[in-house]
Design a protein around this ligand. Sequence first.
Ligand code: GLU
Length: 513
Amino acid sequence: MSTNEREVRVRFAPSPTGPLHIGGVRTALYNYLFARQHGGKMILRIEDTDSQRFVPGAEDYINEALAWLGIGIDEGVREGGPYGPYKQSERRDIYREHVKMLLDAGKAYIAFDTPAELDARRAEVPNFQYDASTRMSMRNSLTLPAEEVERLIADGAQYVVRFRIEPGRDVAVDDLIRGRVTIKSDILDDKVLYKSADDLPTYHLANIVDDHLMKVSHVIRGEEWLPSAPLHVLLYEAFGWADTAPAFVHLPLLLKPDGKGKLSKRDGDRLGFPVFPLEWHDPKSGETSRGYRESGYLPEAVVNFLALLGWNPGDDTEVMSIDELISKFSLDHCSKAGAKFAFEKGKWFNHEYLMALDDAVLAQLFKPVLEAHGVNTADFSDDYIARAAGLVKSRISFVNDLWDNARFFFVAPEEYDPKAVKKRWSADMPAIMTALADLLEKEPDFGSASLEPRVMAWISENGYHLGNVMNAFRLTVVGECKGPHMFDITDLLGREATVRRIRAGVERIQPAE
Ligand code: GLU
């Protein structure tokens, strides 16, 4: 596809009707990658023309989520820009003017049918549709005398403006992922473009007027909007903008993890994964929904995971930084088929990104977790925390998992895993462990390089069972028979804490019968 002729300008256009769903995040991300790759602009437009569904806090949520993920916006409500305002409720004059343009050109008309009248017609006519076959029997500016239309409006009667769609046309939608999709104009109804009741346009009008005025070059959006594309094509034509109409790109659906049907919030609740980028408190129900951020995901991992849901780089590469994604992204490698929301893969990405972090950076993420568990992090050096995190990071998927895996570096065991005690704490262990503590106390060099061979030699000189002794040793120091290499642990804990723990274990652990 050639994008040479035209500056690439894309937009993410969410409606603030609730928290941004993870599918919306993927749409924003693909727009962003595309814009950055082509040196173009990324617009954030708030589509708040549906006053019934407006939810307070949703717009801030959208901004915060995009900022957390590093999806930068060039033009928007907060950023400003040459084509503002970027919030539709602040563009009423523009829409009114455009509705008038269509009315004056005879491409739209005013309809007074009340909801009750429409319901009555629906009850009467099977599969009733407001279109060329029915519009001449309805109450609108095509059937009523001009004076009556004026009088009704002057009297404050509520009305809508409908788009006049002529039948018998083949409407072609050229989608850069799906190719050309052609439909017959007969199946379309005369869509409502504007409602006098709230002096606001509907999504369709506002969306295409803004895309035109904001000079959008590519409309990249979720598949669910595909059915509205033919109508949009006709609207561009009616305004005389067909030549500069943006290219369409409808992204594949995100499917349930098992692939059957569209991903929903319930799948997340059922299988235990977030479907929202950030935690969301529903102002109406008071319900709280989990977010990726609060669940311990790194934004880079979420971005990488989402980028591969519907696109691939053409080879098996999986871990890609945002810059690599920007350079590799291509609509040619976006799939038509829906993408299964393999949330386990998201966890895997998070693990990979945590592993790649510098231990010092990981330590900074670990600190609040330690504090939350009552550890005073000021008692430990940054280097100590970093080394502790580094020793266990291969076992974690989330920052929070650091606690379970590394807590013993910060608090001495108070309890000992009963199964391990049963298996490892034989009657001779207290004496052997006391001897080990004595040895460690005297050992001139406590560093693992010298300590490890020394302890190994001591075990074999005494004819002890290596596995039994090492596991009992671990039990006293860690509280269970898990964790990183034992001499990495002692190296970090240091002589004093190690010896103290062995002696405390001897005191406290009751030998199994
Ligand atoms: N406001 C629509 C939405 O919430 C925008 C769809 C589009 O991108 O055209 O998804």
